[in-house]
Design a protein around this ligand. Structure first.
Ligand code: IMP
Length: 298
């Protein structure tokens, strides 16, 4: 799965690639991004995604992101204006510490909004926030922006000290990315169910092509049913055999395209992993979206 991130901020592209497993995120190079004039993160994120959608001619998945830091003592500011409060890094931190000089209540939160547009322009969004407080002085070298002065709730160290691994699990952008993946999965499942679950002869032909023509389809076909439905299967978690259910669905979304949905569920259905394969009806995989718990090695 490839997507263009519509942002000038290279840090965000690197973070998002780690946050969206299986996605290849490339920044959209453009020097004429429209000004961020929206009153909300959502409006700005959508504006960036629409700009990318127009710039790529609707040929690619695009993601717009807008984020900011909201400080209670500054009435929620700089908020959507975070990027324009002062140049990112040391100048922005210096201004924030100056504005909070002598202020006791230093509660703050980071917010991130992600808007994803499919090549056809269908919109999916995800929002995430991280609560914390502003430190008295900068500490640490990880992250970017306000990270050296942001101490998340439940922590004593700043995000810059906690580091990228911590940030990938807990940040506002990590939460927004998880919400986006869940929303994408829900939207795709809706398409699959609206298309009748793949029991007609065309669906059977498409599934046959998927499981015989593509190397990945052949490998997955060793444990997934080759027709729409479910069956018991075994996953291997280290040395341990895990009993699971493997299900196959297909939806015929366009005259030449289909989505094959494969789901493994284990631990009595409390854990599940789903692959959405966007394929041509002749079985060629064009892209893949994954969602859910990390699958046991199989
Ligand atoms: P924009 O979303 O590119 O308009 O800018 C958001 C601004 O918020 C950035 O320039 C940073 O100053 C700040 N910001 C957003 N996310 C983070 C983060 O993860 N760490 C630190 N600062 C951030």
């Amino acid at each position: 799965m490839k997507a263009k991130l519509c942002s000038r901020n290279a840090h965000k592209a690197r973070e998002l690639e780690r946050l969206l497993p299986g996605w290849e995120i490339e920044p959209l190079a453009a020097d004429d991004y429209p000004p961020e004039t929206g009153g909300t993160y959502y409006e700005n994120a959508r504006g960036k995604a629409l700009f990318g959608h127009a710039r790529t001619g609707g040929g690619e998945w695009v993601i717009g992101e807008d984020s900011g830091i909201e400080v209670a003592a500054l009435d929620g500011g700089p908020g959507v204006e975070s990027a324009r409060y002062a140049p990112e890094g040391a100048p922005a931190i210096a201004r924030l510490l100056r504005d909070l000089d002598g202020v006791a209540g230093r509660e703050a939160r980071y917010v991130s909004e992600l808007v994803c547009l499919s090549p056809a322009g269908e919109e999916t969004r995800g929002t995430g926030a991280l609560a914390g407080r502003i430190a008295l002085e900068p500490r640490g070298t990880g992250g970017f922006g306000y990270d050296p002065v942001f101490v998340p709730d439940g922590e004593e160290r700043t995000v810059a000290e906690l580091g990228d691994e911590w940030k990938d699990r807990n940040s506002h952008r990590a939460r927004a990315a998880r919400a986006l993946l869940a929303a994408l999965a829900a939207a795709l499942l809706l398409v699959v169910s609206a298309c009748g679950g793949g029991t007609d002869p065309t669906s059977k032909r498409v599934l046959h092509a998927f499981f015989t023509q593509s190397p990945r389809g052949r490998t997955m076909g060793e444990r997934f049913p080759h027709a729409a439905g479910s069956r018991g299967c075994q996953l291997h978690d280290g040395g341990k055999v895990v009993q699971a259910t493997c299900s196959t669905e297909v939806s015929l979304v366009k005259p030449s395209r289909a989505v094959v949905t494969l789901t493994e569920a284990w631990n009595h259905g409390s854990a599940a992993h789903t692959w959405f394969f966007f394929i041509t009806r002749s079985g060629v995989i064009e892209s893949v979206v994954q969602e859910g718990s990390a699958p046991p090695a199989s």
